[in-house]
Design a binder for this molecule. Structure first.
Ligand SMILES: *[C@@H]1O[C@H](CO)[C@@H](O)[C@H](O)[C@H]1NC(C)=O
Ligand SMILES: *[C@@H]1O[C@H](CO)[C@@H](O)[C@H](O)[C@H]1NC(C)=O
Ligand SMILES: *[C@@H]1O[C@H](CO)[C@@H](O)[C@H](O)[C@H]1NC(C)=O
Length: 422
C-alpha cells in the first residue's frame, strides 16, 4: 500500500508546473554573527523578495540611524508594482553606519546640559522645557510634558497647549490622550460620526465590543491595532447584524487551523508559507455562542522551517500588554511624542535602573516578530542587535553621557585657555 502511494506521489511532485513554483514565497535570512566592518550596523540585500538582512551593534557612544529597510511576508511575494509604498526599501536605509549620538533636538522632559540640546532651546534644571498650559501653539513639539497642542473643538479652532485628555474625553489622535490610553471609537455609532474618545489601553474584557476601524487595511495588523483596547490584546471585526460595518469584539482565540493541522494558542502554529493560499484560521466564539474565524496569511520563518502563523501566543501577548501598560504609566515625565520612544523612556521615563524596559523590549520582539522569534538564534539577534533593542539603548545612553562629558571637557579647556591668555 505504502509503495503504491509513493509511486503515485513522486510523479506529482516532479511535474509541478513552473508557474506554481514562480509564485512560491521566499523568505530572507537574518544574521547577526558576522562583523560588517567600517562601523556598519545594518545591511539589507536591496532586492525583492528580500534575500538577507544583517545586523550588528554599534560601539558605545554610537547609535544606528533609522528608518531601516525591512520586509513583510506579503511584500516578499510582490515581484513588480507601480506603488513605491508597497516596497520594504522605499525611503529606507539599506545600509546604515553608526552615528555619534549628540543628544540634540530633544523634546521637553529630556535631560539636558545646554539650551542647544533642546528643540525649544530652553534647558531648565537639566530638563528641556516647552510652552506652559494655555500658550498658543501649532504643533505638539512646542508644548511641555503632560500637554499637547489641542484645538478648542469649535470654530475658529484655535490651538493651545492643553492637558492631555482623560479617559472618556473626545480626541483626534493617541497623542492627545494620557499615555495609558488610546484614541479610538467607543461604539459603531461613534465610528459613523467620526467621533473618537480616549479609551484605556487593554481595558475591555472578552465579549465586550467597540467601534472597529481598519487602520492598516491588513487583517494581522488591524487585529493587533484594534486589540489595544482589549485585555487579551486581540480584537476581531465582528458582523453581529445586517449592519455593513463590523463591531470590534475583544476575544481570546481558542485554536488555529492551518494546512499543517490544528494548534492551540499556546504554541507556535506551523503553516506552509511557500503556498500563497496558506491561511491561518483563528477560531473564536462570538457573544452569541457561535464559532467564528478570522483568516490571516501564513508568515515567513527564520529557522528554515516551513512557516508560522503570525499572531503571538496568548501568554506572550499577556506579558507584553502588562509591561507596555506599566511603561506608559511611568512615562508621565516624558513628552507625549516620546511615548513610543524607548530611548526617551530610558531617560525621562522608567529609566535603566529598573528591569522593566528590558523585559518590555524582549516581550515586544516576541509579539511583533513572533514567526521570526521562534528561532532562538534570530530571537537573540533581534533582542541584542536592533538599534531599538535594550542593548542598543544602553549603548546609546552611554553615548549621551559621553557627549556631555566631551562638552564639559571643552568648556574646561576653553576656561583654562582664556585664563592663560589673561
Ligand atoms: C436583517 O434583515 C432582515 C431582512 O431585511 C430582517 O428580517 C432581520 O430582522 C434583520 N436582522 C437584524 C439582526 O437586524
Ligand atoms: C463570551 O460569550 C460566550 C458565548 O456566550 C461565552 O461562552 C463565554 O464564556 C463568554 N466569555 C466571557 C469571558 O464572558
Ligand atoms: C511603573 O513600573 C512599575 C514596574 O517597574 C510598575 O509596578 C508600576 O505599576 C508602574 N507605574 C505605573 C503608574 O504604571
Amino acid at each position: 500500500m505504502a509503495l503504491i502511494i509513493l509511486s503515485l506521489t513522486l510523479p506529482l511532485i516532479s511535474s509541478l508546473p513552473t508557474s506554481l513554483s514562480d509564485t512560491l514565497t521566499k523568505c530572507p535570512r537574518i544574521t547577526c554573527s558576522e562583523p560588517l566592518g567600517d562601523d556598519i550596523c545594518f545591511l539589507h540585500s536591496s532586492d525583492n523578495p528580500v534575500s538577507w538582512i544583517k545586523l550588528q551593534s554599534c560601539l558605545p557612544g554610537k547609535l544606528c540611524p533609522s528608518p531601516l529597510a525591512s520586509f513583510t511576508t506579503h511584500s516578499q511575494s510582490i515581484l513588480a508594482s507601480n506603488d513605491p509604498l508597497k516596497s520594504p526599501t522605499f525611503q529606507r536605509l539599506t545600509k546604515a553606519k553608526c552615528e555619534i549620538t549628540y543628544n540634540r533636538n530633544l523634546l521637553p522632559g529630556r535631560k539636558c546640559t545646554s539650551n542647544y540640546q533642546c528643540q525649544s532651546f530652553v534647558c531648565e534644571e537639566q530638563k528641556c522645557k516647552g510652552y506652559s498650559s494655555g500658550a498658543s501653539c501649532y504643533k505638539h513639539e512646542q508644548c511641555d510634558i503632560g500637554l499637547a497642542c489641542i484645538s478648542k473643538g469649535t470654530f475658529p479652532y484655535a490651538t493651545t497647549c492643553d492637558s492631555l485628555r482623560k479617559i472618556g474625553d473626545a480626541c483626534e489622535e493617541d497623542l492627545e490622550c494620557q499615555q495609558t490610553s488610546v484614541c479610538w471609537y467607543q461604539s459603531r455609532g461613534d465610528f459613523y460620526q467620526s467621533k473618537k474618545t480616549c479609551i484605556v489601553k487593554y481595558g475591555l474584557s472578552d465579549n465586550q465590543t467597540f467601534g472597529w476601524a481598519p487602520k492598516h487595511y491588513d487583517t494581522y495588523q488591524d487585529v493587533l491595532y484594534n486589540g489595544r483596547l482589549c485585555q487579551s490584546g486581540f480584537a476581531v471585526p465582528y458582523y453581529d447584524s445586517n449592519d455593513t460595518r463590523p463591531l470590534g469584539l475583544c476575544t481570546t482565540f481558542t485554536n488555529v487551523y492551518t494546512d499543517q493541522g490544528i494548534f492551540t494558542m499556546n504554541e507556535a502554529a506551523q503553516c506552509m508559507v511557500s503556498n500563497l493560499a496558506s491561511y491561518c484560521q483563528y477560531y473564536y466564539t462570538t457573544p452569541t455562542g457561535i464559532e467564528n474565524v478570522v483568516k490571516i496569511r501564513c508568515a515567513c520563518p527564520a529557522d528554515g522551517s516551513i512557516g508560522y502563523c503570525p499572531l503571538p501566543s496568548i501568554e506572550a501577548m499577556r506579558k507584553y500588554s502588562l509591561y507596555d501598560y506599566a511603561l506608559s504609566g511611568n512615562g508621565t515625565n516624558c513628552h507625549t511624542l516620546d511615548r513610543n520612544s524607548e530611548l526617551a523612556q530610558s531617560d525621562c521615563g522608567i529609566g535603566l535602573s529598573s528591569s522593566l524596559l528590558e523585559t518590555y523590549l524582549n516581550a515586544k520582539v516576541l509579539v511583533e516578530q513572533w514567526p521570526l522569534a521562534q528561532n532562538e538564534r534570530v530571537r537573540k539577534c533581534l533582542e541584542d542587535k536592533r538599534p531599538e533593542s535594550y542593548k542598543g539603548i544602553v549603548l546609546a545612553s552611554v553615548a549621551g553621557s559621553k557627549a556631555q562629558w566631551i562638552k564639559v571637557g571643552m568648556v574646561i579647556s576653553v576656561v583654562i585657555m582664556s585664563v592663560m591668555l589673561i
